[in-house]
Design a protein around this ligand. Sequence first.
Ligand code: MRU
Length: 339
Amino acid sequence: MRTIDWNDESDSIMLIDQTLLPAEYKVIECKTLAALCEAIMSLRVRGAPALGAAGGYGMALAARLSSAKDMDGLLKDMQIAARAIKGTRPTAVNLAWGVDRVLHAINDAYDLKGIKNTALSEAKMMADEDVTKNRKMGEFGAKLLEDGDVVLTHCNAGRMACVDWGTALGVIRSAVEDGKQIQVVACETRPLNQGSRITAWELMQDNIPVTLIADSMSGHLMRKGVINKVIVGADRITEDVVFNKIGTYTHSVLAKEHGIPFYVAAPLSTFDLEGWEESVTIELRDENELRFCNGKIMAPKDVKVYNPAFDATPMENITGLITERGIYYPPFLLDELFI
Ligand code: MRU
């Protein structure tokens, strides 16, 4: 199934619980907004484009669940839901984008039923579009990869981070579909191991060769000449930086030092042209994510911890931005992307 989907029979959101991967593949049902918000905060559903879909479906769910008897009441309930959903995670702009797109679409509806139906059809359309956009990104991005390439990626920017196919991993999947032999080096992505738990699992499911490394090993492999290219996804792209999973910046500096192309694959819904590095809140996560690993204590239990979920990579470290409209190279005149 898709990473996240709508269940027409029970009017609920179905999603693959990514916290359990790879040990268990379990689909959970979110019947309430509280369940969806919990799923987002605990990363059962995660990755910028999947969060965009979660935002859209969350608004559809809020509309269905509202018991308001008039339009004003329903719109008020949806505004409350919008604030709750947007408040779950601050960095990936797609989440707010998905919520706002549904809010915008319902402006055209003229009665209660119309609002509820429009909210759901817009959310479904966004999910379908996500798959099409990833395929398009894959088509463009695959041209950058050559037969025999060894590509380093960080975190999970695959089908589990999207509705399907993936951004960075989508590019790799498309290149493999074109008949190219690509090997992937997946960084484990501490502290929550999206690379080892999800990227390695996803690629092995598709029989794409993958080697797992600890995050600190990328420089060693780049220096040895093992890595040809780096492709990562993004959580938010502003005029000056790309926000992505913590550790991305370090790989970008190393890639630049070693003359290795560093690409970012992301749909236009990840771009925030009104923002800049200092205007964006980087999510700080629970300190125990670092003190513990899989329930086992890995540090003195009272040690002071700093646990940002994302970092910012400056544009000068980026070789190209792969989008559903094509590949963009420096100088990145991002306004032109939206013309
Ligand atoms: O905290 P997460 O797992 O939601 O972080 C996800 C990432 O940083 C991904 O690299 C990013 O969302 C790109 S997904 C196509």
